[in-house]
Write a protein that binds this ligand. Sequence first.
Ligand code: ADP
Length: 674
Amino acid sequence: MAALFNRRNQLQWLALLAIAVILPTVSLLWFMSRVIANERLVVREKLAVLYQDKLTDATAKTESLYRNQIAALDKLKPADNPYSVFKHLVLESQSQGVVIWDASGALLYPRTTDALGNSVTANHPLAAAWQLEFAKNEYAGAAELYSQFTTNNAPQVAITALIGKARCLSRLNRLDEAIESCRQAAAFSTGDEDDLATRVAVENARLLLLSLLKQSAQAPSSVHSPTEVFHRTVDSLTEDLYDGKSQRALLPANQNLFIAQKVLAALEGPIPFPDTKAKDQLRQLTTAEETSFTIAELYQPLTGKSDVLFKTTVTSRPSYGLCRRTGSGTMLVLLSDAGLASILSGYREAFAGTESTYRILDSSGDFVAGTAQPQGQPFTVAALPEGFPGWKAELYFQGGDVFEKAAQRQIAVYTWTGLLVILLILIVSAFAVRAVGRQIRLNQMKNDFIATVTHELKTPLASMRVLIETLLEGNVKDETQVTRYLQLTAKENERLSRMIDNFLTFSRMERNKVAFTLTDARPGDIARDAVESVQTKFATHNCRLQTEIPAELPEIQADHDAIVTVLVNLLDNACKYTTDDKRIGLKVSANHDTVCFAVTDNGIGIARRHLRRIFDRFYQVDSSLARKAEGCGLGLSIVKFIIDAHKGDVMVESKPGQGSTFLVRLPIGEKNAD
Ligand code: ADP
């Protein structure tokens, strides 16, 4: 019944311990899983806020750059010289093309004209010369006729005559004279008062001069410094082209473009032109002017929204135009890639050097700026500011999901901490299990002890009661029997006393209340007193005791009675755990610093695995045998306690079936040592 109760008790303890481990572990795991889930959200939230801020900044910057662009357009009035507006927008603002309308919607730039100045009419002063030159191919006669008009009062006639003469002379291979004639035409005053026809005539003379100079460079010629003349002519031509400064009659855009293209062609000739910047600018302007013609054709009349970017395919690739309408007119500007990139530079700056990348798409989903083919899905998308209708900016993480990476780092920290805590719980629990197990065993031993004590005390008490009752009832035959009964009673009494002594010693030991009086003690006397104590018992049990106590032994510092108790316990055990032929020995010896008491027997011996524990309280190798042998597992623990208090040591050598030897070594006090 008690065993059952104990087992249930143990199970309860174990269940409690399991709960103490499992509950916090499960809670911790649950908590960790929540934290991990939350961490992903928190990291995502943190980074999203960070990048959202950057995105907001980039959008604000783009908006401000866009407004600046509009403000810059407003500074250029459509009514101003269109070439000055065009030149500024192309060279300064990197526009690909420009179209300008006035307030009434009439096209200001690029405006064209059909008249190239010289209409072939029969009553023109030069009609006869043209007839000779073009119809009859009589160049010498034609040159003569032209010469008569080179000083004509009408500048346009004079210039045309000079050009015609030059043309004819070049046909006659009189290149130097032709150049001279052309130079005169080209040098004609082009002051502010010049009308358009004169301007066109002079520019034509210059173009012809360039071509004649190129020819002369390839053939022997006596022209004075042709390269210098060539450069000067190119300079004056480029100065006149896209001329936004002077008040002279404006060259129509188609004529301007024609002349500019011819100049560019002339620059590719044998005469080198070192001013590459001027050449590049001229090329840029002619390309933009060509584009402007195409835009003007496409968007005439101009409809649609102003102040917003719109997509167009004027060039081979899609490009973006911006239309600004004010009270004084309307301007349409085709942005170049660089121009658009500079408006969108806020995005590039905001996300440079971060783990993210961006992509800007226009309203039709076409890629505009950023990374053309980013990896994965965008983690946030935002609209571009006003002016970019339907455009959006997408944010991507480079090299995988950064949210996940950042979260993983944090999660690893949590996981390791959690695992460490679980490990700690397990270690602590293991200790607790051991401690509780030990406590359970101790309790069990104590219960056994109480049962044993009761049993052990009952036996001598019962014997004594029987003996005394017999004596009192007078059921004794003679004096000898009385004496025997009294002797038996005394023996039982003595056994009882020894037992109680042991219990008391144990109890005091338990409460740490044992005080030993260390005095000079003689090992021989101790051994003899112990032998005397067990003599009667040994005699009863037929124990043969062999002692070896040298006469000369050094004194030790010890509590005489306590050491007697030690030896009595060891001798008692030797008797108890020996079967029939009980042969027991007690040998005392000494060396220079210790005195050794050895108790040997030829008893049942002790298995190796028990040797370490027999000195534990209440420990019994085989409780059934111990019970039979009147033990309660305290004797050796008392022995160890006493010997430890004397700073000595106790050892056992034993083999099952071959007997045991218990060795007690006590230090010799300094003054007794040899
Ligand atoms: P007990 O009161 O049971 O003898 P002890 O503390 O004296 O308690 O001894 C503990 C256990 O050690 C005993 O139960 C016994 O099994 C074993 N033991 C002690 N002395 C001997 C011995 N001389 N020979 C064999 N076993 C012994």
